[in-house]
Design a protein around this ligand. Structure first.
Ligand code: NAD
Length: 647
């Protein structure tokens, strides 16, 4: 069947001429080769309405005009327009935006039609991207400006010097001025989210939906929080002044600290970059950002910062391993914001201690999920499976221990198995996979070690037999008969495991959940909300989701952080914003002749009055309050005299 034959009837939006324009554009974008047919040789155009149905009326009208023109235009002209769009950044901003939209929009339409029509998407996905010039191997964001290349040449002390100078510039900006950069960044990320997702996937091997849900959505949500709340959170705060300080006023000023060193891990490389960088920035600080050597997203962060108009050294990105991180600590930043493992956290704190640098540590976890028999088992099982497997289990708040009440453990386990049996796993190109692969081979080895240890100590592997122990695409590993002495029950695995353990009652499960060196997050599932609240209060962790999972992180108004080995400090929410500030206490008195009662000179008489005033102030009741007022006034009277006048 030749697509042309159906052109008259195949779309309710486009006429045959406009569809011919699409076919012509398609052939320019995908001219075909020995593996792939050219666009017009396929029937993929027949599906075009599935895309057009979702378009805004205005965009659709624009597209119709363009396709009508393309119908009559020679292919060479279409090719020229697409070529021109590649150089959008060399044009003034309005034309540049138009060209960039053309580039993304036109190629996007053809790519989507072609890719979703292909049978072997896994095999040809990268090839198509390369054909249309979205090279899947080459970062779309090329390092430029304030980048690795430049920073490699700079010494840590030069980087630190630039950052200190930059912090002075940022400090001078009003919060409104700083927030303009936040809004610009939000728009830019929203516009280019597909390209950014590709970059994240390239470095991490995560699924497309994982990258969208946890990195892009999370970042945009945080930027929205900053837009809405920063002004209020960092405004000068009026504070109560006690009666003993009558006539004075008290305030807290939230001022920038200066330079923040942000050191990040590999599991959420985009989120762990943008969230702390922008929180530090709106609070008035410059930052030096060191990504993980495993997922550097080379060039991306500095490119985004440059394109929203930030000055060169406001955010500096320094690439390298732990040694580089350690050299940057030696430059004595005003604060270290570290996210990563417990072992590195300890090293960083030790190094920081010798120079008294404040540190915030966001470390690992072994999060328990506690399921009571009265919970909706289907919902709890779905939540636990997602919480354990999202990002291939490589989240600090992944569910890593599942405690299920004995009376429903069989039903729960069967439900988990049926969900896991349907899971789709791949590093996909269309969002159709549940989760992707492991990011580092080191972590694959840890998962293998924990699995072997559990099986050798009597655990039963219910799902995941197909794994060869090496492949980075580790399938969901569901384990039953798990006991506390197995590594999998108490050490962070950071992989797609679901170890299920039974429990009898509330007190028992609380004590087992708390019997861990970690204290990051937990989830509790029960129909009885009072019980959930009791358990949540009893758990030694920083965050608890009730009848949900990993959700405290989803609310950027809540502070986030851990107890015990899971870390020190809180970020996100108002508390988190203020953690990037010097909280300056101010007490305001008026300029007058008055000498304060507690200033010199002290004398026996004054001591006696002060003592009675103290009794009055803190003994409570109206009579004592009057005593306080009377003796206070007498003390004040005495205070206005010099020693020589006190006789
Ligand atoms: P990691 O500790 O190995 O590395 C983290 C970062 O520290 C990397 O950038 C690394 O180069 C740097 N680094 C290593 N040694 C250093 C040193 N001596 N001085 C300065 N910097 C040094 O952690 P990882 O393997 O990249 O990440 C996984 C860990 O992160 C897991 O334990 C996970 O639970 C934790 N994590 C915690 C949170 C949270 O918010 N609590 C979030 C994500 C990940």
């Amino acid at each position: 069947m030749k697509p042309e034959l159906l052109l008259d009837t195949c779309s309710k939006h486009f006429n045959a001429g406009q569809l011919k324009g699409v076919l012509k554009l398609g052939d320019v974008v995908i001219p075909g080769d020995k593996h792939l047919p050219k666009f017009s040789e396929t029937e993929f155009i027949l599906d075009i309405d599935r895309m057009l149905d979702y378009m805004e009326e205005e965009d659709l009208e624009g597209l119709k005009i363009l396709m009508s023109l393309f119908h009559y235009a020679p292919k060479r002209l279409i090719s020229f327009i697409l070529k021109l769009s590649e150089y959008h950044s060399s044009f003034p901003s309005f034309i540049a935006t138009l060209l960039r939209m053309l580039k993304l929009g036109l190629k996007g339409i053809i790519f989507t039609l072609y890719y979703s029509g292909l049978e072997d998407q896994e095999k040809y996905g990268k090839q198509i991207l390369n054909t249309i010039g979205w090279d899947a191997q080459t970062p779309s964001y090329q390092p430029k400006g304030n980048t690795m290349t430049e920073n490699v040449k700079l010494t840590p002390s030069q980087i630190s010097k630039f950052s200190k100078d930059a912090s002075k510039q940022i400090r001078e900006l009003t919060i409104e001025q700083r927030l303009k950069y936040v809004t610009a960044l939000k728009k830019l990320i929203l516009r280019e989210k597909e390209i950014i997702i590709e970059r994240i996937q390239d470095d991490t091997k995560k699924s497309k939906s994982d990258a969208l849900v946890s990195e892009i959505f999370g970042v945009l949500d945080h930027l929205s929080f900053l837009e809405k709340e920063t002004k209020k959170a960092l405004a000068d705060e009026k504070i109560k002044t006690p009666i003993a300080l009558l006539g004075k006023k008290s305030r807290i000023y939230y001022e920038p600290l200066g330079t923040i060193l942000i050191i990040s891990p590999w599991n959420y490389p985009f989120y762990q970059a943008i969230v702390p960088i922008m929180a530090a920035f709106v609070s008035g600080n410059a930052s030096i950002y060191k990504p993980s050597e495993f997922t550097p997203l080379t060039g991306l962060v500095e490119d985004l910062m440059k394109r929203i108009g930030m000055n060169q050294h406001w955010v500096q990105v320094v690439y390298g391993d732990g040694q580089i991180g350690s050299q940057l600590i030696d430059q004595r930043p005003d604060k270290i914001f570290f996210t990563g493992s417990v072992a590195t956290g300890k090293k960083i704190m030790q190094q920081a201690a010798s120079q008294l640098i404040p540190v915030e540590l966001e470390l690992g976890g072994k999060d328990p999920s506690i399921v009571f028999a009265d919970a909706n088992i289907k919902r709890a099982a779905s939540g636990v499976v997602w919480g354990a497997l999202t990002n291939c289990g490589q989240s600090c708040t992944s569910v890593e221990r599942v405690y299920v009440q004995d009376t429903c453990v069989d039903e729960f386990t069967a439900e988990v198995k049926s969900i896991v049996d349907e899971i789709k796993q791949s590093r996909d190109y269309d969002g159709d996979s549940d989760f992707g692969g492991m990011t580092t081979s080191n972590q694959v080895a840890i998962v293998k070690n924990h699995l072997d240890d559990a099986i050798s100590k009597g655990a039963t592997l219910l799902c995941g037999h197909q794994w060869d122990g090496k492949n980075e695409m580790i399938p969901a590993l569901v384990l039953t008969n798990v006991t506390e002495e197995m590594l999998i029950a108490h050490e962070e695995t950071f992989g797609p495991i679901i170890p299920i353990m039974g429990f009898n009652d509330e007190n028992e499960v609380i004590s087992r959940a708390n019997n861990s060196p970690y204290g990051l997050s937990a989830s509790v599932w029960s129909h009885d909300l009072k019980r959930c609240d009791r358990v949540a209060r009893a758990l030694e962790v920083g965050n608890v989701s009730i009848n949900n999972v990993m959700l405290t992180e989803g609310n950027h108004y809540l502070p986030f952080g851990g107890q015990k080995n899971s870390g020190i400090g809180r970020y996100k929410g108002v508390h988190g914003l203020r953690s990037f500030c010097n909280m300056k206490s101010i007490l305001i008195d008026s300029d007058s002749k008055k000498i304060e009662a507690n200033w010199f000179p002290y004398s026996k008489k004054k001591y006696q009055l002060f003592s009675k005033m103290t009794d009055g102030a803190f003994s409570g009741g109206l009579i004592n309050f009057l005593k306080f007022a009377i003796f206070g006034t007498l003390t004040e009277g005495l205070s206005q005299k010099r020693r020589s006048q006190l006789k």
